[in-house]
Design a protein. Structure first.
Length: 302
């Protein structure tokens, strides 16, 4: 996280002028502190503390902000300063907001029947900050809550108003090395056909593609199209190294095709930890982007 110099941040200087200005003056809680709201709060929070029940009940201290909330209609005591501050940030492109933290102090507990009043002030505006979410400004408001003029709580609330960071496009999947000896294989994949080399001298099928037959040495060959049926002959689960184009862990299998040759590809359709040797699989083609299609093998339900 970095802070810009004031001289290079004219917007920040304008925002700083709002420090100390009121956000709400003589606000009045819309409802007095009451047992039903306390009960709903405790039920939602799963808080069974007996201090919040019975004739001597107090309100949970963390409900402090609840008694000052204005709802959809807002509060009569709200001033325009806070709205002006947010409008300035919106106009500068800081249109997103996230609450970052709050701090509360409780001089005395609130009890059913108490009617709260409050005043809020824009306590601080940070310099320009750059975060993983984006670049913007932290704004802290302080609300002093009173009953019959006595301070019963102080609530500091901090938000970040920011311009969302531009997200980097996903990393492209690495491209296969395509050369004279295997170009036909990748052309077939682009056409959603899995082609296996066949020696025209002895009829031996082979994969990966090679310039000559490793059984008889013949240099002549043609192809047959695989049926797409196969089984998991062996597999590994990849955890490391991480690479932006992949999402480990994932299973990489050595697939034995029905034609008898084996090839390496991803095993999909079940969680990586459910892959087992002998699982039946079937070929499918997965489009990684506009330029790259790869063969993968989906586990067949038995």
């Amino acid at each position: 996280m970095s802070t810009a110099d004031v001289g290079s941040d004219p917007l920040g200087a304008r925002l700083k002028a709002y420090e100390g200005r009121p956000a709400a003056v003589a606000g009045v809680g819309k409802d007095p502190v009451n047992a039903p709201m306390i009960r709903h709060w405790c039920e939602a929070m799963g808080d069974a503390n007996p201090a919040y029940r019975g004739p001597e009940a107090i309100a949970p201290p963390t409900m402090l902000q609840a008694w000052t909330m204005g709802g959809l209609s807002g509060h009569e005591g709200r001033t325009g300063a806070y709205d002006e501050l947010l409008a300035l940030l919106d106009g500068s492109g800081c249109t997103s907001v996230v609450a970052t933290d709050c701090e509360q102090e409780y001089p005395r507990p609130l009890r059913p029947g108490d009617r709260v009043t409050f005043d809020s002030v824009i306590e601080s505006v940070s310099g320009r900050k750059t975060t993983k979410l984006g670049t913007g400004y932290f704004i802290t408001t302080r609300t002093d809550v009173r009953v019959d003029g006595d301070l019963v709580g102080t609530h500091r609330f901090r938000i970040l108003k920011y311009a969302p960071a531009r997200r980097k496009p996903p990393a492209p999947r690495p491209r296969p090395v395509v050369g004279r000896d295997n170009a036909g294989f990748w052309q077939g994949v682009a056409e959603h056909r899995l082609l296996i080399q066949r020696c025209t001298g002895c009829g031996t099928l082979r994969h990966p593609w090679l310039p000559g037959c490793n059984a008889c040495g013949c240099l002549d060959w043609d192809t047959v199209e695989a049926s797409g049926e196969g089984t998991v002959y062996s597999y590994v689960v990849m955890h490391h190294p991480p690479f932006p184009a992949f999402d480990p862990p994932y299973a990489v299998g050595l697939i034995e095709l029905a034609e008898g040759v084996r090839m390496v590809s991803n095993v999909v359709g079940v969680p990586y930890d459910k892959v087992r040797i002998g699982l039946p699989v079937r070929l499918e083609f997965r489009s990684c982007d506009e330029e790259l299609t790869v063969p993968v093998f989906r586990v067949v339900e038995r």
